[in-house]
Structure formats: C-alpha cells, structure tokens
Design a protein around this ligand. Structure first.
Ligand SMILES: Cc1cc2nc3c(=O)[nH]c(=O)nc-3n(C[C@H](O)[C@H](O)[C@H](O)COP(=O)(O)OP(=O)(O)OC[C@H]3O[C@@H](n4cnc5c(N)ncnc54)[C@H](O)[C@@H]3O)c2cc1C
Length: 484
C-alpha cells in the first residue's frame, strides 16, 4: 500500500509491484503527480512544479527495475542553456553544460575566476562521488551508518554552507550567486544548506538539464501507465486518514470515505510531518511526537503564477532566473525573518520553447515562481495574492523579459503557500518539507523506515535523501534494503 502518487510514491509503487507485491496506490487528489500535478486552462498545459530533470538515469533505472525501457513511455530531451541568469544591472550569464562555453561566460564577469571555477568543479565532483554515488540510495537507519561516513563528510567540508564553499573558490559576487543558488531548487538556503549540495553543479554538468516532451506531466503519465501494465492499481480521490497500527505494526490504511485497505506494508509519500501528526495516533509515536516535528526547520514555500499569452517571446530560453537586487538579505527575509519583501528573485519557465504543443498555436505558456516564507510567517495569502502576482508580472514587463505581457495575457492561475497546505497537505505550506541543512540530512532526517511503527516506510522529499526529482526517486531505491 502506497499513500501519495508524487514521484517518490510512484517510484516506490513501481519498485514494490515489480518485486511481486500487489500494490495499491492511494492519491487524495483527482490526478496523480503530487507537486508535478498538471493544470489545463484554455488550451494551455501547465506543469505545476518540477520542470528541470537533472539525472534522467534515475528514471531509466526505475523503469529497468520493472523490466521496461523509459523511452517507450516518454521522450526526454536536453535544454541549452541550462539557465539564463539575469542580474539587476542588466548583465546576463548563460549557464551551459559545455565547459568552454561556460568558462567563456565566467571570463566575461571575471577572468581570474576561471581557475577558481575549475577547482570548484573538481570539489563538486568529489562531493558527488561520495554523497550521490555512495549515499543517496544508502539507508541511514542506524547511527553507526552516519558515524562511518562522518569523517568523509567533514573532509569534504559538509559542515560549511554551499555559499561559503563557493566563495572559497570564486571571488566575483555575481558568480558566487551563479554557483550557489542551486539549493533553492530543493528548498535550501544557499547560506545555510550543507556544502554536500554543491554536488548539484557536477550532476548538472555531467548529465545536463532535461525536459520531458509533453511536460513533466507526461513523465508522470508514463510512470502511471508502466505501473498499471505491471499490475499495480491506482485510486485517485482516495484520502488516507489513518494508518491502522496493532501491536506496534502497520496493518492497513483507512480512507476518508470509511474504506479500509489491509496491508502488509505501508509506504507513505505524503508529507512526513503530517503523516505522523494526522495518520498515526500519538499512542504509537515514541520518537516522532508533535512537539519534535514542530521543532524541525521547514523549507521555504513558493508563490507561483501560471500564465498563458496570445503571442510568443522567441528570445526567451526555456529556463530563466531573474535575480533581484539583494541576495543574502532576501534569503534572510525568506528563511529567517519570514517576511515577504518588496523585492524578489524569480524563476521563469517557458516550456513552449522546447515543446510548442503546450500552448495553443501562436501562444506561449509560462510559470513564474518567487521563493517566499512558509506559513510560519503568518501571511494571509488570500489577501496578498492578487497584488503580489501583479507586482511579479509587472516586473517581467519592466525588465523587458516579457514585453507587453499583461496586454497579451489570456490565462492566469495562482498557487500560494496556502495552496501547498490545502491541496497537498504540506505542513506549514512548505514546498519542500524539511530544510536541507546538515543537521536535517542523512541519519538526521526522518528515516525511510519508521522508527516508531513496524512495516511503515517513507519516500519523497521529507525523508532521505531529500527533495528534488533525483532525491525522491532515489528514496524509493533506499527501501530495497528492507523490501525484497
Ligand atoms: C513549483 C516547484 C518547482 C519545482 N521544480 C523542480 C525542478 O525543476 N526539478 C526538481 O528536481 N525538483 C523540483 N521541485 C521539487 C520536486 O518537485 C519535489 O521535491 C518532488 O516532486 C516531491 O515529490 P514527492 O515524492 O515528495 O511527492 P509530492 O509531489 O509531494 O506528492 C505527494 C503526494 O501525496 C499525496 N498525499 C498526501 N497526503 C495524502 C493522504 N493523506 N492520502 C492520499 N494522498 C496523500 C498528495 O496529494 C501528493 O499527490 C519543485 C517543486 C515545486 C513545488
């Protein structure tokens, strides 16, 4: 039994079904995908969340675990540049996979940093070799597992932040932002996320940045089809309200409509904090009490505007990052002070650049997102959302990235931290669950095998190795240690 059909839940369902279990996948929304849900409006197809596929081989490996070939289900293509990064002074950095092209971009900003970048790249490779190759699919269920890897992590300076580590190699302030922003893609503050996440740079350089034709939703559909072909059963509109525990062991799942599904194993891909808080009665939780869960640090949330236009903007690449005037100050507002600042940094997704079929002919579809505090900041998003969305769209016009945008706007949907809370049952409306700090990573993160309930397992962003598509798909592989 798997609760939740995000990528972690789909991966766990496929792997477990492929091992010979009869798996039922329960999803409370009307369609699978979780944060990778798909919205459709007036001919525009909007991927709700993940758009950047950094390690396609985790999906290939998943399909192979079920004896299938990923390419029979979905077509995944590379993007170039990976990202176009805009600075407030008008400078632009094209973040590319090709080393010579990337170094030429670095030299435009500061020629002296090319040598430092090479050393940073080498550092990122060493972290990757240890942290991804050896540890991502490793089960941290005993403290000794952590003790064994701790010396290596300290040697790699996992105790420092990504920004600190990047600054060790690179001097130019703008380039420090270019090579340190990536933890934001998995909910981390670059000033506070462990330097192990510097490996994202190597991972992108080595495998590239990819997009699924038809959108990330096509990848979800492909995996759902694969799961069905091997005999798995998916129920949508099926909200789990209780994991029934007897004598310390999970026995099945009760749904909001009263149905009970008995099960030998329960794998939760729902929000970890809310799985414990809402689905497992306090009497069965010695470790993960409400108080302990409330004390953890939760990742930021996101404010997303999906919009479609009746004209095209061919100058835009697929992925743009538009940095605001402040870096450390803005991160402090989001993660520490938890206020919504006047300024913002944005990510702009223009998927029609790669796949025009996602918009009606002559049009283009987009989403723009702004990292914002989670609901612990106390904002009332119902009141704030329209004005905040207008400010973001106005800034896209003002910077001439999407000229005349509001005159050509024909479709608009808004998703706020409150929607993460209400639609995905995300604790505090966090977009990524727990912040990826050193003290909330590996053994310190809620374990994939519940410490409180026998037969209960976790996959997805809130458990090891963490958020982002490579992380959540790998979390299902971690279960191989216990589920044969
Ligand atoms: C806007 C946005 C952009 C992102 N961009 C990228 C990107 O480009 N690349 C990348 O790698 N990562 C990206 N991420 C991160 C990535 O999307 C997530 O980390 C990942 O998709 C989370 O997957 P998951 O397995 O944790 O499940 P989730 O997607 O969180 O899904 C969990 C599912 O469980 C269901 N559920 C919860 N409780 C219950 C219940 N009680 N009963 C039944 N069902 C339940 C929910 O409805 C949901 O469908 C992005 C995230 C967001 C929000």
């Amino acid at each position: 039994m798997v609760i939740g059909s995000g990528f972690g839940g789909l991966a766990a369902a496929i792997r477990t079904q492929a091992k010979g279990y009869a798996v039922t996948l329960l999803e409370m929304r009307d369609a699978p995908g979780g944060r990778a849900y798909v919205y459709r409006d007036q001919g525009f197809t909007y991927d709700a969340g993940p758009t950047i596929i950094t390690v396609p081989f985790v999906f290939e490996e998943l399909a192979a675990a079920a004896g299938k070939r990923l390419s029979d289900y979905v077509k995944i293509v590379p993007c170039d540049p990976f990202y176009r990064i805009h600075f407030p002074d008008g400078r632009v950095f094209d973040y590319r996979g090709d080393t010579a092209a990337l170094e030429a971009e670095i030299a435009k900003f500061n020629p002296a940093d090319v040598a430092g970048y090479r050393r940073f790249h080498d550092y990122s490779r060493r972290v990757f070799d240890r942290a991804f190759t050896d540890l991502a699919a490793h089960s941290f269920d005993s403290f000794w597992e952590m003790v064994k890897v701790a010396p290596d992590l300290l040697r790699l300076r996992a105790d420092q932040s990504v920004y600190h580590r990047v600054s060790h190699y690179i001097q130019d302030p703008a380039l420090r932002q270019v090579f340190s922003f990536e933890p934001l893609l998995i909910g981390g503050n670059p000033l506070n996320s462990s330097a192990i996440y510097s490996m994202i740079h190597f991972l992108e350089k080595r495998w590239g940045v990819h997009f699924a034709m038809g959108g990330t939703g096509a990848l979800v559909q492909g995996l759902v089809r694969l799961f069905g072909e091997i005999g798995g059963v998916l129920h949508c509109n099926a909200r789990a309200t209780e994991i029934v525990v007897e004598n310390g062991r999970a026995r099945g799942v009760r749904l909001a409509d009263g149905r009970f599904f008995p099960a030998d194993l329960v794998i939760s891909n729902g929000d970890v904090a809310n799985t414990y808080r809402k689905l497992v009665a306090p009497a069965h939780r010695r470790k993960w009490t409400d108080v302990r869960l409330e004390r953890l640090r939760y990742a930021m949330s996101l404010f997303v505007v999906y919009f479609g236009t009746d004209r095209q903007y061919p100058h835009l690449p697929h992925h743009s990052i538009i940095l605001g005037p402040r870096y450390a100050g803005l991160l402090g507002d989001i993660f520490d002070k938890k206020i919504v600042a006047e300024d913002f940094s944005l990510y702009l997704h223009a998927p029609t650049r790669t796949d025009p079929s996602l918009a009606p002919p002559g049009g283009e579809c987009f989403y723009v997102l702004s990292p914002v505090p989670h609901l612990g900041g106390g904002q009332n998003w119902h009141d704030l959302k329209d004005a905040y969305a207008d400010r973001i769209l106005a800034s896209l016009e003002k910077t001439h990235l999407v000229p005349d945008l509001r005159r050509h706007l024909v479709s608009k949907l808004i998703f706020t931290p409150q929607d993460f809370h209400d639609s995905l049952d995300a604790y505090l409306g966090s977009a990524f669950q727990f912040e990826p700090t050193l003290t909330q990573s590996a053994w310190f993160r809620p374990h994939n095998k519940s410490e409180d309930v026998e037969g209960l397992y976790f996959v997805g962003a809130g458990t090891h190795p963490g958020a982002g598509l490579p992380g959540v798909v790998s979390s299902a592989k971690v279960l191989d240690k216990w589920i044969h």
